[in-house]
Design a binder for this molecule. Sequence first.
Ligand code: NAD
Length: 311
Amino acid sequence: MQYRQLGQTDMRVSVLSYGASPLGSVFRSVNEDAGIRTVHLALERGINFIDVSPYYGLTKAETVLGKALKGVARERYFVATKVGRYGADMRDFDFSAERVTRSLDESLARLGVAHVDIIQCHDIEFGDLTQIVRETIPALRKLVQAGKARYVGITGLPLKAFQDVMEKAAVDTVLSYCHYALNDTALERLLPALEARKVGIINASPLSMGLLANREAPEWHPATAEIRATCAKAAAHCRERGQDISKIALQFALANPRIATTLVGTASPENIVNNCKWADEPLDHQLLAEVQRILAPIHNRTWPSGRPENN
Ligand code: NAD
C-alpha cells in the first residue's frame, strides 16, 4: 500500500481508504459480522483512513464501525465522520451550530473514540452556504479547540459548492465523490484551487457508487439510463477481456498523485481483499484506453444534487 500526505494535515493516508457507508446497509442489506471482518481486513492490509457519517444507515454504519474498532489501537487508523445530514430529504439537513455540536458527541459515543481526525459538513449543497461559512465551520473549529476533532472538512457532489465555500472559509479537507472515476474526471478542474489552498483532497466513489462493477447499480442510483447502460457496456467489454471493470476503475483513481486518497465502500471481505490487492498491481493501459473510448459519450455527465443555486 502506498501512502500520501493529506494537504497540510499531519496525516499520511493510504492511497486506498475505507468508506463505511455499506456498513449501514446503504447498498444492500449487510451481515454485521462480515462488515466487521471487512474493517479488520482493511486495516490489516494497510488501509489507515476510514470515512463514515451518522447519515449512513441512520447511525447504523457508525454503530457497526464502533464495534469493529473496539480493541483496535487508536493510532492504527484515522477516522473521519460528518455532521449536518440525518436523512434523505431536504428537511433532514441541519447545519446549525447547536445540532452539529451535539452531533459530534453522538458520533464519538457510537464510534467509541475520544476524537475524530476530521469532522466534515455532509453534502454542503443541500445547505445554505452562507450558514455553513458563518455558523457551521466556526462551530466545528470550536470542536477542534475542545479536542473532539483535529481537522475540518466539507463534502458533496457539485464542485461549484466547494469553490464557493473555500473562497470564504478555510477548510482542511474536501471530500468529492463521483467526480474522479473512469466515467467522470471533473474533479481535475478543481485541483488547482485545492492545491493553491493546500487543502487535503479526498476522492470518493471510484466505482461511481456501483456503476463500474459487474453487479447492477442500486435502484436509488441517480445516474440516467444512458450513463448506466454505457457503464454496463464498459463492464461487459472488460469481462470479454477476462478483466473486472472494478479493478481498472480503482487503479485509475489511485494512480493520480494529486489525489491523496480514494475511498472505496464495501462490507464484503472478498471485495476489500481484492481492492487492496489491486491497489498494488500495475494498471493495464491498453484496456484503460479501450474502456475510456466506450465511456467517452457520457464523460463528465453528472446529475444535480441539493439546492439549484449550489449546482
Ligand atoms: P463506491 O464507488 O466505492 O462503490 C461502492 C459499491 O461498489 C458497493 O456496492 C460495493 O459493494 C461495490 N464494490 C466495492 N468493491 C468492489 C469490488 N472489488 N468488486 C465489485 N464491487 C465492489 O461508492 P461509495 O461506497 O459511495 O463511496 C465510497 C465511500 O466514500 C462511501 O462509503 C463514503 O464513506 C464516501 N462517500 C462520501 C460521500 C459524501 O460525503 N457526500 C458521498 C459518497 C461517498
